[in-house]
Write a protein that binds this ligand. Structure first.
Ligand code: TR5
Length: 142
C-alpha cells in the first residue's frame, strides 16, 4: 500500500483508502463506483446514458472536474488491463467526455486524464476518465 499512500492527500482515512485501492486493484472486485452507478451512493450527475455515467469529482482539481465511467466495466479495472473487447467501452467514454465538455461550457479547452496503476496514482479500480477544465491547464502535468 506504500505507493498508494504517497498519492493521497492527508486525511484520517488515508491508510484505509490506500488499502481499499490496493485490494480492489488486486482482486478486480466491486468499487465505490458500483454504488454510485446503482445510486446507492448519491452523486452529482452531469450526463448519463445507457452505457456511461458522468458525475462531479468529490474533490475537484479544477472548476470543472467530472468523472466518466462505464456502467458495465467488463473486468476493466484500469487502462493498463484493456483488451480488444473493451474498444467499444473505451470509445464510448471518450465520446461521453466530449458531451460533458459541451454541457459544461468548456468545449473550447479541456483535458482528459486517465490514471492507470499505482505509479499514476489511480485510486479507484473501475476504469474512469477525468474531464478537467474551466481554468488554464498547465503542461506538463505532475
Ligand atoms: O485517482 P483516480 O484516477 O483513481 O480517480 C478517482 C477519483 O474518484 C478521485 O479524483 C476522487 O476524488 C474521486 N472520488 C472518490 C470518491 C468519490 C469520488 N468522486 C465522487 N464521489 C465519490 N464518492 C461518493 N466516494 C469516493 N470514495
Amino acid at each position: 500500500t506504500q505507493r498508494f499512500v504517497r498519492c493521497m492527500s492527508a486525511s484520517p482515512n488515508e491508510e484505509a483508502s490506500a488499502k481499499a485501492a490496493a485490494e480492489s486493484a488486486e482482486t478486480g472486485g466491486p468499487t465505490i463506483f458500483d454504488k454510485i452507478i446503482s445510486k446507492e451512493i448519491p452523486s452529482d450527475v452531469v450526463y448519463e446514458d445507457e452505457k456511461v455515467l458522468a458525475f462531479r469529482d468529490i474533490s475537484p482539481h479544477a472548476p470543472v472536474h467530472v468523472l466518466v465511467i462505464p456502467k458495465l466495466r467488463d473486468g476493466l479495472t484500469q487502462l493498463g488491463k484493456a483488451e480488444s473487447r473493451h474498444s467499444e467501452i473505451l470509445g464510448n467514454l471518450l465520446l461521453a467526455a466530449k458531451i460533458v465538455a459541451e454541457k459544461e461550457g468548456i468545449a473550447d479547452g479541456f483535458r482528459v486524464v486517465i490514471n492507470s496503476g499505482p505509479s499514476a496514482c489511480q485510486s479507484v479500480y473501475h476504469l474512469h476518465l477525468h474531464v478537467l477544465g474551466g481554468r488554464q491547464m498547465k503542461w506538463p502535468p505532475g
